[in-house]
Design a protein around this ligand. Structure first.
Ligand code: ADP
Ligand code: ZN
Ligand code: ZN
Length: 724
């Protein structure tokens, strides 16, 4: 008897594929199957009796697992995510697997081979092989101790010598399976802090819940959110359950790990980009087997299976890096909440600056709202300074009052931190005689001047060319950089404050592996007095000696076409302000702007993020923007604008016309042309979440048939975060 097995495959088609097999297989088991002329690793989604008879079925080549890879709640989450994001299930599942599992490797810890002397081998004298130097060396090593295949020392010996000794029967290769790490028990390494009343309330509220409940822990920077995490985690770990912690990309620092390790003597796995594929699989197995007590990782860690999950924590839940911006465009925070529901465990979303989506859920009581309003320990509130730079003389974007303030803080032995979200020397190269601007040929964008590498660089497509000495139009050599980037700022500051060392932290200065960590450590250790950086510096780093922080240019965000620009500015300002005066030193935060009267800025400064965000949320409600409506964005790009437009028009035509559903576009993206391709967008917006799902469920399956889509690169983004 044969069964018809349905398998999800890593192909961009929104369907499963039928194969024959001798028996039924459980969902979640990997199979190797023929697909066209290739062999693919797919995952069984079910067994059916009603096959699609249009296709000729082939047999499964191999079954790769004896049991499903994912526990039921996580498997349910994957199915849900494919449906919610209208993304092919095969790609969703593929994304959720460690690379080695995608490639069909066994879901086991690697077997290591142990090379050791046989009884015969132990009788051999080194002089017996004196004519074979390589064999003699290896024999000597093995007489000393056996060698493991994963031991790097093995590379010092020739593999043919090893083979020769095995052929002579002197050396045996014995497969050696490392036992999985033992079970663990909570041991508290360092004593918890004495909680302040707000912290105690938060810990009590979260610890009282044994089932699913989402909490928003809204706590100003330095209010001790991490201490709250640690104390609620202790309860979960004490019960023998695991905790999954999601952190922003950049927050995944050794300091984070250290804080957890100092508190808990339990196995902690950290999923970060520097892991090898093998290490990643081992960590995945540790989590699935229950051998790891705490699992810390960036967004994709949300797909880590856990044997006994007890809690999910999402730190900095507002952070943009939680949203995947290409391929399978999921939001890890939203999946965390859904996973918590499937697993029946509490979810804690922590932030000093909650996203408006989360805040709204807290205000309408879908989430429990916990607030920490005061800075923990000794920290004092910061002093805020608004500098009007209208008609002011600026030196590389720095006003005279700011330079004076810097001088005072530096003279007092403190550190100063400056933010400018523009890397490079100058954002454009301008001809002083004719007004020509050096423009990227492939994008609607100007080249950025990079003085250090003497290059013009397009930050949108990566195009580069040597820094030209002459105008491309009139031939004049009067070329000047227009505007200021971090590279120029660093140079000017060094000249302005020759007695103090300047450190720049941006994507250019941290390209080499490990250099970001080193820079952050140096900044922390006060090896530099002036720190200059892009947004990179705003997240989660503690610099105890920084007492002055300045945002040099916020005006762009005040008049942006992106409805989330105000929210992001509020978050940036608040996070940045939190970098200053953390320990016992009073801090100052400065904003330079041409629009000091702007109500956003006024609200932020006088009333703080919580007030600012609740007010801005009301405005979203009035204008029916998310989270008060539900969006999905189709993007299309092509070498001809007309192809992209026609593709989106064909999609738009599939949507029924309704009063409670807007289909807007096609409109050009903010940057209409990038890397030589024209980019257009079509926005779907509904007043009900269910209506969006219903509309997409009707439209998306038809897209495969649209001939207009074959000529373009297109994608669908459900809950888009960014419209660039
Ligand atoms: P957040 O995560 O909210 O930014 P942290 O948890 O990093 O804040 O806490 C900021 C500082 O305050 C840390 O140095 C921490 O050790 C200290 N801290 C936190 N809670 C307390 C407390 N209850 N008593 C004393 N110090 C505390
Ligand atoms: Zn010119
Ligand atoms: Zn370009």
């Amino acid at each position: 008897m044969t069964a018809i097995i349905q398998a999800a495959l890593p192909v961009p088609l929104a369907r499963v594929f039928d194969y024959d097999h001798t028996s039924a297989l459980p969902a979640g088991v990997r199979v190797r199957v023929p697909f066209g002329r290739r062999q693919l690793v797919g995952v069984v989604t079910g067994t059916t009796t009603t096959a699609d008879e249009r296709f000729q079925r082939k047999p499964i080549t191999a079954v790769l697992d004896t049991e499903p890879l994912w526990p039921t709640p996580l498997w349910e989450l994957l199915l849900w995510a494919a449906d919610y994001y209208h993304h092919p299930l095969g790609e969703v599942i593929h994304h959720a697997m460690p690379v080695l599992l995608r490639q069909g490797e066994p879901a086991n810890y690697q077997a290591t081979i142990r090379y050791e002397l046989t009884a015969a081998g132990r009788q051999v004298q080194l002089t017996d092989v004196k004519r074979a130097m390589q064999q003699q060396r290896l024999l000597a090593a093995l007489q000393h101790a056996p060698l493991l295949s994963r031991d790097i020392r093995l590379h010092e010996y020739s593999s043919s010598a090893l083979k020769a000794l095995q052929d002579k029967g002197w050396v045996a290769a014995i497969e050696h399976h490392p036992a999985p790490a033992q079970s663990w028990q909570l041991e508290v390494a360092a004593e918890p802090l004495q909680l302040n009343p707000e912290q105690a309330l938060a810990v009590a509220a979260i610890s009282a819940v044994n089932d699913h409940q989402t909490f928003l822990l809204e706590g100003v920077t330095g209010s001790g959110k991490t201490e709250v995490y640690l104390q609620v985690m202790a309860e979960v770990l004490r019960r023998g359950q695991q905790v999954l912690v999601l952190v922003p990309e950049i927050g995944l620092t050794p300091q984070t790990l250290k804080r957890f390790q100092e508190r808990f003597a339990v196995p902690i796995v950290m999923l970060h980009s520097a892991l090898t594929d093998r290490e990643r699989l081992d960590a995945w197995l540790d989590a699935r087997g229950g051998h790891a007590a705490i699992i810390i990782g960036t967004r994709s860690a949300i797909f880590t299976p856990c044997k006994a999950l007890g809690m999910i924590i999402v730190d900095e839940e507002h952070d943009a890096s939680l949203k995947q911006q290409d391929g399978f465009r999921y939001h890890a925070r939203d999946l965390a909440v859904k996973r918590g529901y499937e697993e029946g465990v509490p979810v804690v979303l922590g932030s000093a600056t909650p996203s408006f989506e989360t805040l709204n859920n807290a205000l309408n009581q879908r989430y429990a709202h916990l607030q920490l309003r005061r800075r923990a320990g000794q920290a004092k509130p910061v002093q805020q300074v608004l500098l009007d730079i209208k008609n002011q003389q600026l030196k590389a974007g720095l006003s005279t009052p700011l330079l004076k303030l810097m001088g005072e803080h530096l003279a007092a032995g403190q550190q100063v931190l400056l933010f400018l979200n523009r890397r490079g020397y100058a954002p454009a190269l301008l001809c002083h005689e004719c007004g020509w601007l050096a423009q990227c040929q492939r994008c609607d964008a100007y080249y950025t001047v990079h003085q250090g590498s003497r290059q013009l660089l397009c930050h949108h497509c990566g195009a580069q060319q040597p820094l030209t000495p002459q105008c491309g139009d009139c031939g004049s050599t009067q070329l000047i950089g227009r505007g200021v980037g971090t590279e120029q700022l660093e140079q000017v500051l060094q000249a302005e404050f020759p007695d103090y060392k300047v450190l720049r932290i941006d994507r250019d200065s941290t390209r080499r592996k490990g250099s970001l960590q080193r820079h952050l450590q140096d900044a922390h250790d006060h090896k530099y007095s002036i720190l200059v950086g892009t947004q990179m510096l705003a997240k989660g780093h503690h610099f105890p000696d920084v007492t002055l922080v300045a945002l040099l240019d916020v005006d762009g965000a005040l008049y942006s076409s992106d409805f989330r620009a105000a929210e992001r500015l509020g978050q940036l300002y608040t996070q940045v302000a939190g970098r200053s005066g953390r320990a016992s030193k009073a801090g100052t935060v400065v904003i330079q702007t041409h629009h000091p009267e702007h109500e956003l800025i006024q609200d932020l400064i006088h009333n703080g993020y919580h007030h600012f965000s609740t007010t801005a949320l009301l405005e979203r409600q009035l204008t029916q923007l998310p989270p008060f409506s539900y969006q999905a964005l189709f993007r299309a790009e092509a070498t001809h604008a007309s192809s992209a437009i026609e593709a989106l028009m064909a999609i738009a035509a599939l949507f029924p016309q309704r009063d409670d559903m807007i289909v807007f576009g096609p409109i050009p993206a903010v940057m209409e042309r990038r890397a030589g391709r024209y980019r257009y967008q079509l926005l779907l917006q509904t007043t009900q979440r269910g209506l969006r799902a219903q509309a997409l469920r009707y439209v998306v399956p038809q897209l495969e048939q649209l001939p207009q889509l074959r000529k373009v690169r297109w994608s669908l983004d459900v809950d888009p975060q960014d419209f660039s």
